[in-house]
Design a protein around this ligand. Structure first.
Ligand SMILES: Nc1ncnc2c1ncn2[C@@H]1O[C@H](COP(=O)(O)OP(=O)(O)OP(=O)(O)O)[C@@H](O)[C@H]1O
Length: 619
């Protein structure tokens, strides 16, 4: 880095600092004002100390040289010096308190901004590893960098005042000493900046590596993955991957440390040489240094100037380094979150004509093969439509398009003749309910695991009591009420083992909570993706009555592999490698003797399809 670009970068460093200051001002005006005022006061104290020291030394020498020494003057300056020292300590305590207050509010404000931004991404964006990297970097930095930046900004202000005022005093005493003392910390600071830049470049380049490391740590620490780790005796695999990744990280850190050492040694020697020169010039040839009091003031001023220069340059270089990291936060916040286009219409409460997929195709970002290809059909209200097909045929993708979790790449989806995108997104999402194949096991209370399905109605249609009734009714429907009621705190019991007092559920019980969460919504579109996969056959049979009860005005999509579910549907859509290949009721499809019939026979006969017999392929 050439000196000009270094200077440009250094002068650019406070800019993000000022942005941080502005955010802090927004978050806490009183605290920020306190911080600024106290910083200015703390900054002026060293100049007062140098002046008082000189006056004290002069009074002391005069008293020592007088036959009738008057100690009142000496005592006066001594008391003033003590008061100044005490005052500065108290001010620093106040400054720390105000700073802590601002730092916590600042960090809280920014992390809220990041989470709120992240929650507005589309599913495709969230699945993008680059966005994941950016998010992880932002989350990592936001915890402490803005606060650090604020504190460095305050230090810079304080030390600039101190540096300026003591510098003026020293300059008037001996400008050569002042110059040498001011220059002394520069080499060390240059080294700090270069080291910070290298560390940042290293860290930035290994975000994915860090995520991989965190992934192995996660595998070895989460109960869900630990069961496989133990059962398959995967500890050696986990450990060797963990070790390999760590070795890469540690090796790079060590190489960086060695490079840094090679840079630091000459810089530290240069700083020491300049400091010694300043002191030598002061002692050997300074104008005022001929007087003992003057020399005392000069030596004290050199010390103060140097310590404040060291802190000042250090704070500026720290700000420079921190702004590199804070760019991670800015970069994340700057990621364009292309909101889904939406219309003004409210999604209907009842579907009257149906939901039509018209020539719909969809490809996942970066995927060469479409997950759905040129698909056309209409889902009728008052019917339960089953979707079947081999793994990877595109069934779940189809369900996700209905709630606009993904957008078709081609074609359109029409609700009673109106494109999905013509409705307000919030009203659409409120009317579509999901039981996902990979549902979430919320580590919240059991009641919340169900009532989250009603969150969108909060404060709208019903009072808290009615909400509780609906949650309980949904729990009864999925056959969980008795079990929940027998738990220590009933619906208030912590679900899952992640937090204290938690109660673990079986796979089927978790799935029933997920079904209840989907059913509790008053939705006119229901997407159920393998909703009974984890249920025992008796529970499944009981639940299927509820799940497959056709309701007028409601479109129900049941994605299923088990024919116990499929047979209850009014109609079946059969998918093969993203294409709709068969459409009809069970009898029609059996007569057709195609993929559906083969799947049915394979399941009911309890053996796999014969090799080469299928048109389908596993995707
Ligand atoms: N988030 C994703 N990103 C990229 N590709 C995906 C994603 N989800 C699914 N796919 C791909 O899209 C295709 C269809 O997947 P989809 O989950 O819709 O199949 P499916 O019929 O539901 O399968 P299964 O019966 O196994 O649940 C598959 O080839 C899959 O690899």
């Amino acid at each position: 880095m050439n000196p000009r670009s270094l200077l440009r970068r250094l002068t650019a460093a406070p800019r993000p600092g000022l942005l941080v200051l502005r955010q802090s001002w927004r978050g806490d005006r009183a605290g920020t004002a306190q911080v600024i005022v106290i910083s200015l006061l703390v900054g002026i104290l060293p100049a007062g100390q140098v002046t008082l020291t000189a006056a004290f030394a002069t009074a002391l020498l005069r008293a020592a040289g007088s036959p009738h020494p008057q100690l009142r003057g000496v005592l006066f300056y001594l008391v003033l010096l003590a008061a100044l020292g005490l005052g500065s300590q108290l001010l620093i305590l106040l400054q720390n308190r105000a700073m802590q207050r601002c730092q916590s509010r600042l960090s809280a404000h920014l992390s809220e901004e990041i989470i709120s931004r992240a929650s507005r991404f589309t599913l495709s964006q969230v699945e993008d590893p680059k966005i994941q990297d950016s998010l992880q970097r932002a989350v990592r930095e936001v915890g402490f960098r803005p606060g650090m930046m604020l504190s460095q900004l305050v230090q810079t202000t304080t030390q600039m005042v101190a540096f300026g005022s003591v510098g003026v005093i020293l300059w008037t005493l001996d400008f050569r000493v002042a110059l040498l003392a001011m220059l002394a910390p520069v080499p060390t600071v240059v080294a700090q900046i270069l080291q910070g830049k290298r560390a940042h470049a290293l860290e930035h380049g290994r975000s994915e590596e860090r995520r991989r490391l965190a992934y192995w740590q996660h595998l070895a620490s989460q109960p869900n993955s630990m069961k496989e780790v133990l059962a398959f005796r995967l500890s050696p695999v986990v450990l060797s991957n963990h070790r390999r990744l760590l070795a890469g990280i540690v090796g790079a850190d060590l190489r960086l440390a060695n490079r840094n050492l090679r840079l630091s040694i000459p810089m530290v020697i240069l700083t020491a040489a300049l400091t010694i020169s300043a002191q030598a010039v002061a002692i050997l040839g300074g104008t005022d240094a001929r007087h003992v009091a003057g020399l005392l003031a000069v030596i004290q001023a050199i010390g103060m100037l140097q310590s404040s220069a060291q802190i000042l340059y250090g704070a500026v270089s720290g700000m420079y380094v921190n702004q590199l990291y804070l760019r991670n936060v800015n970069d994340f916040l700057a990621i364009e979150h292309t909101p889904l286009p939406q219309g003004e219409l409210t999604f209907p409460q009842r579907i009257s004509k149906g939901i039509e997929f018209r020539d719909v195709s969809f490809s996942y970002p970066g995927s060469a093969r479409p997950a759905l290809e040129n698909v056309s059909f209409t889902l009728k209200p008052g019917q339960v439509t089953a979707v079947v097909g081999l793994n990877g045929a595109g069934k779940s993708t189809l369900g996700k398009l209905l709630g606009r979790l993904y957008e078709p790449t081609e074609g359109s989806i029409l609700v009673d003749g109106v494109p999905l995108a013509g409705h307000r997104l919030d009203s659409l999402r409120d009317r579509v309910s999901y039981v996902f194949q990979n549902y979430v096991e919320y580590q919240l209370s059991v009641g919340e695991n169900i009532s989250l399905g009603l969150e969108h109605e909060a404060g709208r249609e019903h009072a808290a009591g009615r909400k509780t009734d609906r949650v309980e009714a949904a729990a009864r429907e999925v056959g969980m009420h008795e079990h929940i009621a027998s738990l220590p705190q009933g619906y208030g019991t912590q679900a899952g083992k992640l937090f204290t007092g938690g109660v673990e559920f079986s796979g089927g019980q978790w799935q029933r909570l997920a079904i209840a969460r989907g059913m509790v919504r008053s939705a006119c579109v229901r997407v159920m993706d393998e909703p009974t996969a984890a249920l025992d056959t008796i529970t499944e049979a009981e639940l299927l009555d509820t799940l497959t009860t056709a309701t007028s005005g409601r479109v129900s999509l049941l994605i299923a592999h088990r024919f116990s579910s499929v047979l209850r549907a009014d109609r079946v859509l059969v998918f093969d490698r993203g294409r709709l290949v068969e459409d009809g009721d069970h009898h029609e499809l059996m007569r057709l003797g195609g993929l559906y019939a083969r799947m049915y026979e394979a399941q009911t006969a309890g053996h796999a399809p014969t090799a080469g017999a299928g048109t389908g392929a596993r995707g």
